[in-house]
Design a protein. Structure first.
Length: 124
């Protein structure tokens, strides 16, 4: 059973989310008016990408920062295949952020491949 404090917290989160919806609608309208959108979001990506982007809205940058921290810890742990999946997720969330592409490409080409044992592992 949820306590009164938990219920109040959930209600606060819902209210804040509902207050952000009109702001996001205005931002989307301004992006179209100022010609900052190259294509329609529903034509450019898969349905899962669209819903992920719509649900995260303005918090997409925060989510990417959290994923970057996770990526750094995965690299230190030597979990390179999970790191590759995480890089793909980060680049899906922020496709126009060039640092994502440059850093992940450099890291996969030089740092991660250096850690692999066999030649076959280095090229997969």
């Amino acid at each position: 059973m949820m306590s009164k404090r938990q219920i109040a917290l959930v209600l606060l989160i819902v209210i804040l989310f509902l207050l952000l919806v009109p702001l996001q609608v205005r931002i989307n309208r301004l992006r179209v008016e100022k010609d900052l959108v190259e294509t329609d979001i529903f034509e450019a990506t898969t349905p899962s990408d669209v819903w992920g982007t719509l649900l995260l809205a303005g918090f997409r940058g925060i989510a990417v920062n959290i994923l970057w921290v996770r990526a750094m810890s995965l690299q230190l742990e030597g979990k390179f295949f999970e790191l590759l999946a995480l890089y793909r997720l980060i680049s899906d969330l922020q496709p126009r952020f060039l640092t994502v592409w440059a850093y992940s490409a450099w890291n996969m080409a030089y740092n991660i491949s250096h850690e692999m044992e066999t030649l076959e592992e280095k090229w997969t």
